[in-house]
Design a protein around this ligand. Structure first.
Ligand SMILES: C[S@@+](CC[C@H](N)C(=O)[O-])C[C@H]1O[C@@H](n2cnc3c(N)ncnc32)[C@H](O)[C@@H]1O
Length: 306
């Protein structure tokens, strides 16, 4: 943590410790198959915009993803909320394709003509920078291009989803050039590492339309590589953001959206925990697993930062 603080990326430790707490405490539960099955069978609501969508497709995507139904639900909500924002969807870090396929099934159900571009090495993670990334190793999350292409075909999504195989440092710039700097409505960053984020976020952030969503799967994973990279890039662009905390490690922000009165300022960025504090299904689940009242922690955080 000290390296990040001395780097001046964040200052308010209480804020970040609180938002990162569920992932640090429940990391295993978020991934355990039996816990995920319990989540789906317990009838929690994962998406507010389209309740039931994640549950309906969970059997298709569960074998293809590391992302739990709560985070999936937030992705569903943001795809729906940005359906009229110009541009397509880009995902960096697709692994076996779970989040990408779910977004594809959703676009199909919505009758949207948006496209989805999935970027991955299919060789797993590159070498983490040990001074900036914690908890990851080279080669982790290796997957298979042909198998994912077959899944895309099986679900009738070839008109919607295109796979881009290779390291971001080799694929992003050619993609942007070949598509004449395409507009983007959703950027889903799920590539875990500081360096990987640096290889895709600065290049694609300018393509996002006003009102588009940036979903950060690893923002609150405690490793702080993605958080550090995103904040550094925004600062370099003389931009700010209001990061909305979501279930687990996930946060999102809307491009150029001003923070509301409840947002907590930390240095030049803003953080919103109100959505999390009102996510009753997630708080119920987390309480069961942490055996503590997480809402009390969130309320203390809000009170301390009034
Ligand atoms: C956590 S997984 C993605 C999970 C996925 N979204 C899901 O639904 O489960 C992270 C992925 O990012 C990819 N990745 C990370 N850094 C990369 C880079 N610099 N270039 C290409 N792929 C990268 C890895 O290969 C891995 O598949």
């Amino acid at each position: 943590m000290t390296d990040i603080v001395s780097d001046n990326t964040i200052a308010n430790e209480m804020l970040h410790e609180t938002i990162e707490y569920p992932w640090k405490r429940c990391f295993v539960a978020f991934l355990r198959k039996s816990a995920l099955t319990e989540m789906v069978e317990a009838n929690y609501q994962f998406s507010t915009e389209l309740p039931g969508f994640v549950r309906k497709h969970w059997d298709k995507v569960k074998k293809l993803t590391l992302v739990d139904p709560f985070r999936m639900g937030k992705i569903v909500d943001l795809v729906i909320r940005t359906k009229d924002i110009p541009g397509d969807i880009l995902e960096f870090g697709s692994y076996k394709g779970g989040t990408g396929i779910l977004m594809g099934l959703l676009l199909k159900e919505l009758g949207s003509d948006k496209k989805i571009h999935l970027f991955d090495s299919f060789e797993g993670l590159p070498d983490p920078d040990t001074t900036k990334d914690k908890g990851y190793r080279k080669g982790q999350f290796r997957s298979n291009y042909d198998k994912l292409q077959a899944e895309v075909e099986q679900y009738g999504l070839t008109d919607i989803i295109t796979l881009h195989r290779g390291w971001f440092s080799d694929t992003v710039e050619p993609f942007i050039a070949a598509n004449n700097s395409p507009k983007v409505s959703i950027l889903h960053l799920d590539c875990d590492l500081y360096t990987s984020t640096m290889d895709c976020f600065p290049q694609t952030y300018p393509l996002i339309s006003e009102g588009g969503a940036i979903i950060l799967d690893d923002f609150n994973d405690g490793g702080r590589g993605e958080k550090r990279a995103v904040i550094e890039c925004l600062r370099a662009l003389e931009s700010t953001a209001c990061f909305v905390a979501c279930p687990g490690s996930q946060s999102y922000f809307i491009k150029n959206q001003a923070p509301d009165e409840f947002a907590i300022q930390d240095l030049d960025m803003y953080y919103d925990v109100v959505e999390l504090a009102s996510n009753e299904p997630f708080l119920t689940w987390i309480e069961k697993d942490i055996e503590e009242d997480y809402l009390v922690k969130l309320e203390a955080l809000l009170a301390a930062n009034k």
